[in-house]
Write a protein of this length. Structure first.
Lengths: 452, 112
């Protein structure tokens, strides 16, 4: 971060956007950059490498078992294994696709919307290859950056599973997430983080992936919920979560793992990581309290599921903001996120009339949008953020809104086409009625989570 | 011989069991059941979704007693299972034709 002014000058980017450089320096390799770096010896810091490998493991832990248990506890017991399976398999599949072609198309230089095929099959990457961090002469082994980003792609695919839960064919889930990863995740990751990316060059702030991960997955889930239709018996049968203890364990693993996700996105173990770290802690805590307070006031009783949902809402909302806002701003972002997400899973859900089974859009979509917009507010230096003195909230809000809109439309359209294609291939997205009644555990996987 | 089936509050099991034992009853069968009567269910709220739970968890006790023990057994259940609020449960009494102890082949009163 200490090199900000130097690089802002060299790159000729607007002076009110130092935070953008956090993202930009990571991957842009222009001549000016190379000349400046030549003056200082390149450093690969063992502390950075250790931190990034740890962060990568933390994001893996967020997914399996974090997301798996969080979602698993929310479905009925007859569908427990199907959810665990979908999360495990989608993650595994995307990680493989990531190293085959995902990394190249997301992070190799290309046009503003998609990268090049230059690193297909990780061509040319070896143990000596280096990737940029936010400090000009500090590098990471490229393998570290590749695996860190692999877990990001993987977890994003698994988030969608929550909307599709309890009724979709297993093969259809896999084919859809593969298509969506290819045509929605990769281009949006490139637009936000890739060299010359469409949103990056416009100055969109998305530190750890609020648009790339949460809005992206949220809208894909919502479109899926529309196309699948409601679960059989919705509104007549009780579809209670079968084990909120698992959901609590999952939410807790998510919270711990999210430090790898957010503070890891700093790419170096320094003060920038510490800022993301404290923000991830306090925003989440504020969101838990806010959700419980809202429940207590408007619904009567503060609930465990409410607390866990608040934690996830806060984590989602602080994701784009954690590198550029201050801790007090984080508290407000967390609290507001809970407020809008309570609406997302109740009022908005009724309005949308889609059976988004586990509220992926209500929490990740709505929380992601709130976080993206609020990042544009609380990055302001007057509000404790790291924005430059001439940071304009109105201007930044416009850019943030553009980022949200592009993600919603791009991912929404890609999702729609992908679901239609998958429906044609599989002759329908849903399992048969009888199988749905019996549960996907037995009928799709031939095993049961529990006795009886 | 009479079969006494009673539906009671789950947490009352130990008290009822002690009272019946004191009254001279030598065996009880217990099952976990769900049902509804005059006691209303409750509402559960999971995020935006509200579910009314009509069937509440109860325990069903089954015991067969000699006619001479019937009144004492009924009194024991009534005293021990009662809280005075709706949901205390019910007792059903019916006549039993025959009882056989499987191990020895003893019949009726000897088999109880």
């Amino acid at each position: 971060m200490k090199d900000f002014s130097l690089f802002r000058h060299l790159r000729g980017l607007p002076s009110w956007l130092p935070s953008l450089m956090l993202l930009g320096l990571m991957l842009l390799t222009p001549t000016a950059h190379a000349e400046a770096a030549a003056a200082v010896p390149v450093v690969v810091d063992k502390g950075d490498v250790a931190w990034m490998l740890t962060s990568t493991l933390l994001v893996l832990m967020m997914t399996v078992p974090g997301v798996a248990l969080f979602y698993g506890g929310l479905v009925r017991s007859k569908n427990m294994l199907s959810v665990l399976m979908q999360v495990l398999t989608v993650f595994s599949m995307i990680v493989v696709l990531w190293v085959i072609y995902g990394y190249s198309f997301a992070f190799d230089a290309g046009n503003p919307f998609i990268g090049d095929a230059g690193k297909l099959f990780l061509k040319g990457v070896n143990s000596a290859s280096l990737a940029d961090t936010f400090t000009s002469n500090v590098k990471l082994p490229e393998f570290v950056f590749i695996v860190f980003q692999a877990t990001f792609a993987g977890i994003t695919g698994t988030l969608i599973v929550g909307s599709l839960a309890e009724r979709m064919k297993f093969g259809a889930v896999l084919l859809f997430t593969a298509l969506w990863f290819t045509f929605a995740y990769i281009p949006i990751a490139h637009m936000v983080w890739g060299p010359g990316g469409f949103m990056l060059t416009r100055g969109a702030l998305d530190f750890a992936g609020g648009t790339v991960v949460h809005i992206n997955a949220g809208i894909a889930g919502l479109v899926g919920a529309y196309l699948l239709g409601p679960r059989l018996g919705l509104g007549r049968e009780a579809m209670r979560p079968h084990n909120l203890t698992f959901t609590m364990i999952g939410a807790s693993l998510l919270w711990v793992g999210w430090f790898g996700f957010n503070a890891g996105s700093n790419l170096e173990s320094n003060a920038g990581a510490a800022l993301a770290f404290i923000n991830t802690l306090v925003a989440t805590a504020a969101a838990v309290l806010a959700w419980l307070l809202i429940e207590r006031v408007f619904k009567g009783k503060p609930s465990m599921l409410g607390g866990a949902s608040g934690a996830v809402a806060g984590l989602v909302a602080i994701t784009p903001a954690c590198g550029t806002v201050g801790p007090m701003g984080s508290i407000i972002i967390g609290a507001i996120a809970s407020g809008v997400c309570v609406w997302g899973v109740s009022g908005l859900k009724k309005l949308l009339k889609a059976d988004d089974a586990l509220d992926v859009f209500g929490v990740h979509g709505v929380g992601g949008i709130a976080g993206a917009l609020l990042t544009g507010v609380f990055t302001a230096p007057g509000l404790g953020g790291t924005g430059a003195a001439d940071f304009s909230i109105i201007h930044q809000l416009g850019i943030q809104a553009l980022g949200v809109l592009v993600t919603l439309v791009w991912s929404g359209v890609v999702s729609l086409l992908a679901y239609l294609l998958v429906r044609a291939v599989f002759g329908g997205l849903r399992v048969g009625e009888e199988n749905e009644h019996q549960g996907l555990d037995i009928t799709s996987h031939g095993e049961a989570a529990y006795e009886g | 011989m009479k079969l006494i089936s009673c539906i009671i509050r789950p947490y009352k099991l130990d008290e009822v069991r002690d009272a019946l034992t004191a009254a001279g009853v030598s065996g009880i069968t217990v099952s976990e059941v769900r049902g509804f009567g005059r006691q209303k269910g409750h509402t559960e709220l999971y995020r935006g979704a509200e579910y009314v739970v009509d069937f509440l968890p109860k325990l069903k006790l089954e015991l067969v007693v000699d006619d001479s023990l019937l009144d004492a057994a009924l009194e024991a259940v009534q005293q021990s299972a009662k809280t005075g609020s709706v949901g205390d449960g019910k007792i059903f009494i019916s006549t039993v034709d025959q009882v056989i102890r499987i191990r020895t082949g003893e019949l009726d009163a000897d088999a109880l």
